[in-house]
Design a protein around this ligand. Sequence first.
Ligand SMILES: Cc1cc2nc3c(=O)[nH]c(=O)nc-3n(C[C@H](O)[C@H](O)[C@H](O)COP(=O)(O)OP(=O)(O)OC[C@H]3O[C@@H](n4cnc5c(N)ncnc54)[C@H](O)[C@@H]3O)c2cc1C
Length: 302
Amino acid sequence: YLCAHGAAGTFAAPTNTRELRQLIELHPQARLVAGATDVGLWISKRHQRFAAVIHLGSVSELQRIEHSEDTLEIGAAVTLADAFAALAALAPDLGVLLRRFGSPQVRGQASIGGNIANGSPISDLAPALIALGARLRLAGPDGEREIALEDFFIDYGHQDLLPGEYVAALSIPADGHQHFRCWKISKRFDQDISAVCGAFNVQLAHGKVHEARIVFGGMAAISRRATRCEAVLKGATPGPALLPRAADALAEDYAPISDLRASAAYRRQAARGLLERYLSAMAGQPVPVLYPAATPPVNTHA
Ligand SMILES: Cc1cc2nc3c(=O)[nH]c(=O)nc-3n(C[C@H](O)[C@H](O)[C@H](O)COP(=O)(O)OP(=O)(O)OC[C@H]3O[C@@H](n4cnc5c(N)ncnc54)[C@H](O)[C@@H]3O)c2cc1C
């Protein structure tokens, strides 16, 4: 595999997980890099330097997309462009979300694993994937373990990743997403990070909600579930009549901050609006399409 040493440090691009594990053991402080769409900015804007960089983009096992009867598994180094078709087929709103992720150039570089491992509270994929019930496969010196994606995010900048571990793959249940919806609110259509991103997924039994996953990004230090709001929906017939109680619960779930993307008040209002939109859609009421230009989602390779 490619390995270059110089005055600035070491760069290595392993081709399989055996080489990757050896390199991580040899350079425990190395910065893992997949698409470098985050890391590149740390270097160019924050002038960070790394004594060792391990590139994940050539590791064959991290590049796989595998469909089984009940699961879609995507390797951590798969780019958003390459994952697009599989994810959009799973849930059309996910296709719209991906279509609005960065730009074609960013989607061609950025990896699924990078968008999760960076632990960003405004990662676009995290809320949607948690709502879809995604799980993470983590690999490290002591073997592999699997955790629910929602448990990976512990606090701002703190993920459940042990020394020497890396994100190997993401798996998503293949079914159960008929009622999945997600919407990203940002100032621009393209090339903008979310102010708020809301993802909703309920399972119905006899017309009533028996499982609810409601997840927001941009509303807390991490993407996390709105458990109080979910509790209001459980056992109820989803529809606008639930809005007053569900919105009150949602307001209890999060204490958003004000920053350059949006004020706390705007975030609260936008989140409430997305909840209203979801409940209306669940009652079969027409909800205006937020982003006509992204519906139906276009192929990200185009
Ligand atoms: C112009 C621009 C537009 C953007 N638009 C959006 C947007 O719309 N929505 C959005 O959510 N983000 C956006 N981003 C942010 C960025 O593109 C994503 O977070 C991207 O998915 C990161 O993936 P990457 O492969 O480039 O990660 P990298 O930059 O390579 O790595 C990011 C972090 O994850 C770690 N890492 C990467 N892979 C692994 C792994 N397998 N295991 C453990 N750690 C790992 C790295 O060590 C690093 O800490 C944008 C960025 C730019 C520059």
